[in-house]
Design a protein around this ligand. Sequence first.
Ligand SMILES: C[S@@+](CC[C@H](N)C(=O)[O-])C[C@H]1O[C@@H](n2cnc3c(N)ncnc32)[C@H](O)[C@@H]1O
Length: 192
Amino acid sequence: MLPTAMHYSHTLLKEVVQPGQTVVDATMGNGFDTELLAALVGDKGQVFAFDVQEQALEVTKNRLAVKHLLAQATLIHRRHEHLGDYVTEPVQAAIFNLGYLPRGNKDIITMPETTQQALNALLPLLAPKGRIVIVCYYGHQGGEAELDTVHRFCAGLPQESYNVLSYQFINQRNQPPILYCIERKKTALTLM
Ligand SMILES: C[S@@+](CC[C@H](N)C(=O)[O-])C[C@H]1O[C@@H](n2cnc3c(N)ncnc32)[C@H](O)[C@@H]1O
């Protein structure tokens, strides 16, 4: 069966992340992506994970503790647009799961301007062959505007330096998520 956007996002991460590398989860939420990334980088690597909700940090911390993955995770209670204050080394992969925390407060959502700021902060850090995966849930109020911002950002990246794809089911009801993946080419001449 064709993978869902969520499953495909994990495949795209697994294909490029190796033990010892640095990665980012820009929207920690319930910690599913943080857990995957922490397992992939191993105890010599580092996951920087961000969320604005204390609840997300608590749930994720417990999830990682059960799997003995806490050592390689830095859980940061701050907005992802400030990620440059914490991450300075090359990033092999990053994931954004946009929207609101499932079963959480639906008023706390990612926003177009700050999502773009976070992407702008991340792009210069992206390692050659590194990937930024963005899963856009856009059924909620304001979601379409964020999808539009993300699409424009991705579509505007120069072909010489980045491969960019989108992945979506086009015959499903209720606005299924759309996935974007930005891959920095090995031969990219300049960092943006
Ligand atoms: C769709 S959920 C993420 C789901 C998560 N990846 C998981 O595995 O459960 C989106 C998350 O983004 C968080 N968020 C919203 N705005 C944010 C911001 N500016 N910086 C960091 N996190 C933010 C929300 O609190 C919410 O937990």
